[in-house]
Design a protein around this ligand. Structure first.
Ligand code: GLC
Length: 415
């Protein structure tokens, strides 16, 4: 058998094994593309505006169709996975037409999507990953391979009622002990809840719990240890003692923001986008934004090219446009989305009008990644189930955490 035949056979086998090979010249072209993103949390619709800006400049053959998908993050993931799974291994015009060319991925999904063969590899020299926040780039890599480009960074921050803390002669808390004390003593004087976050049983809960665990010296790899016990115990006691309201066990981002924005809570843990919403509300001038009392979780969204995309050259160029300085600056100034480009934090023309940029920079630079594993979905599911049970039944803390430590080890290993 000649070399040409062997090469041809290898290509055929690769195509058969994974549908479309990682770099296939037939898929590198230019043309119309679709772009899906989890539904824009900000009310000003800045993402749609970015797509419009691209379409106004691009040629008629490289127009982008924007498809906003439902929030919260778990529903969006399920829809993306289902579509990619349907198309995996299918070629032809029909499959290409159904392909979502550019997808935004939550920072915790890269490994699972890459391992399932849904993404196209990205050429590093073209992307220049050194320009982006290191932890965000880390979230977009698996081993040496870059599968996505960091776009919107996110990190947990603490919003507080500056007016009420000032009236009590208090400063924003810098430790969990202080936060608990203020939430338990100041909030009741004003007839409001002490602390709300995202404690519904979904991805937001994993984020809130990891931050509490890290803030007490623990880690996701050691749910049986004292740090995890103290962190989860803090939240469970909060619910039991009442400085965290029972209703918070159903809150996601939107519900928790509503409570704070309508003046019913002293503290809110959420993401930076909320600042712009609060500044445009009656609470304007009465709230502040501070770092969390412990390490924040890195959240955020990276942009990836689907392997099924027939127009990957356009897809990559569109990603370079969205992740470029002009787009990131627009998202920051219009909606408060923290940039992933390091240079923007150092930009004097942004620092002057946005004095909170330093808080954002400190939060995203020190934020920690959630466990990076292709089995993240299973890991987060066991965490959510166990912790939500503890928050409803605080007496089950020790037994649940012992079991959770084993479940996390099993899920991380894909068993
Ligand atoms: C935000 C974060 C994302 C996180 C999600 C949890 O969208 O950017 O990383 O997983 O919230 O609800």
């Amino acid at each position: 058998m000649g070399w040409a035949v062997i090469r041809w056979l290898v290509v055929v086998l690769l195509v058969a094994a994974c549908g479309v090979p990682a770099v296939d010249p037939a898929y590198q072209g230019r043309g119309r593309i679709t772009f899906v993103d989890s539904h824009d949390l900000s009310s000003s619709g800045p993402i749609k505006q970015r797509v419009e800006a691209w379409n106004a400049r691009a040629s008629s053959v490289e127009q982008v169709t924007y498809l906003p998908m439902p929030t919260p993050t778990d529903d969006y993931r399920a829809q993306l996975m289902a579509r990619a799974g349907d198309l995996a291994g299918r070629r032809g015009a029909d499959a290409r037409a159904q392909c979502y060319d550019v997808v935004t991925l939550d920072v915790v999904w890269t490994a699972a999507f890459a391992q399932a063969n849904y993404l196209a590899r990205l050429p590093e020299p073209e992307i220049g990953p050194a320009r982006f926040l290191p932890a965000a780039v880390e979230s977009a890599r698996v081993g040496e391979t870059l599968w996505a480009v960091p776009w919107r960074a996110d990190a947990g921050v603490l919003y507080y009622r500056a007016d009420l803390l000032a009236a009590e002669g208090a400063s924003p808390p810098t430790s969990w002990d202080q936060l608990e004390r203020q939430a338990a003593t100041i909030a009741p004087k004003y007839g409001i809840a002490g602390y709300v976050g995202q404690l519904g049983q979904y991805e937001g809960l994993t984020v809130n719990v990891l931050e509490a665990v890290w803030g007490h010296g623990g880690d996701a790899a050691d749910f049986g240890g004292p740090g995890a016990r103290a962190g989860v115990g803090r939240l469970a006691n909060g619910v039991k003692q009442g400085w965290i309201p029972q209703e918070a066990l159903r809150y996601d981002e939107a519900a928790s923001l509503k409570e704070f924005l309508e003046g019913r809570a002293l503290f809110l843990r959420t993401w930076p986008y909320a600042r712009a919403e609060l500044a445009a509300s009656p609470l304007s001038g009465k709230f502040g934004m501070a770092p969390l009392p412990g390490p924040a979780a890195l959240g955020g969204w990276n942009l990836a090219v689907s392997r099924c995309s027939a127009h990957q050259a356009t897809a990559r160029e569109f990603i370079r446009f969205l992740t470029g300085a002009e787009s990131q600056e627009a998202l920051l100034t219009q909606a408060g989305y923290p940039p992933t480009l390091v240079s923007l934090y150092e930009e004097p023309s942004l620092q002057a009008p946005l004095p909170h940029l330093v808080v954002l920079e400190a939060a995203v630079r020190s934020a920690r990644n959630r466990p990076r594993t292709a089995h993240y979905d299973d890991v987060t599911r066991v965490v959510q189930r166990a912790v939500h049970h503890v928050l409803r039944n605080p007496e089950s803390l020790d037994a649940e955490l012992r079991r959770l430590a084993e479940d996390v080890a099993r899920a991380s290993a894909g068993r």
